[in-house]
Design a protein around this ligand. Structure first.
Ligand code: FE2
Ligand code: FE2
Length: 184
């Protein structure tokens, strides 16, 4: 890897993959009126841990501060906008989680929050990939890129632990088989 943003771009692919499955879940709910609530729980857990805690954690605690240091604006600028969107994402995830109570799914509450989240995150990732990260690639010196990559690794171990990553992968794989391969 040359740029620290490459690690974050790879994670974007993982998040987008999860969003594709979430979209199928929404369609399943709309068509049949229900979906396995355990699957929604697992999806919310994936988004909370991987998309928010790990990925947004790396951006907010490491990447964005480094970008600010080299002059990319936060408040009123691209970083500030990304932070606003992370918070909106958190609200959608909380809302999805709250759409299940005592094992019962509140269909509209779930589909509205999930659709809002999918649209928000797809646009958000597009902005980071095409606007913010190219700025960082250009402005952050190579020694800082390397430093960030090391920090990302440490951060990941710290907040996720190796076992968690594997478990989330398994969950996605199970979803892939259930929602992407058999329900076309
Ligand atoms: Fe972000
Ligand atoms: Fe991101």
């Amino acid at each position: 890897m040359k740029y620290a943003s490459e690690d974050l771009r790879n994670e974007h692919e993982g998040v987008l993959f999860g969003l594709g499955i979430l979209e199928k879940m929404v369609n399943t709910v709309k068509q049949s009126g229900t979906v396995d609530t355990k699957d929604i729980d697992d999806m919310v857990n994936f988004l909370r841990l991987f998309a928010d805690k790990c990925h947004h954690g790396k951006e907010e605690n490491l990447m964005f501060p480094a970008m600010e240091m080299v002059g990319i604006p936060n408040k009123g600028g691209p970083i500030g906008q990304m932070l606003i969107e992370h918070n909106q994402g958190r609200q959608y995830i909380a809302e999805m989680g709250a759409s299940i109570s005592s094992g019962i799914l509140h269909v509209d509450r779930f589909t509205e929050a999930a659709t809002g989240y999918i649209n928000l995150m797809r646009a958000h990732i597009e902005k980071e990939n095409t606007v913010l990260f190219p700025m960082g690639d250009k402005m952050l010196p190579m020694n800082e890129q390397e430093h960030l990559m090391n920090q990302f690794e440490e951060f990941e171990e710290e907040v996720m632990g190796k076992g968690t990553h594997e478990k989330l992968h398994e969950t996605l794989h199970r979803f892939e088989k259930k929602y992407l391969k058999t329900r076309e």
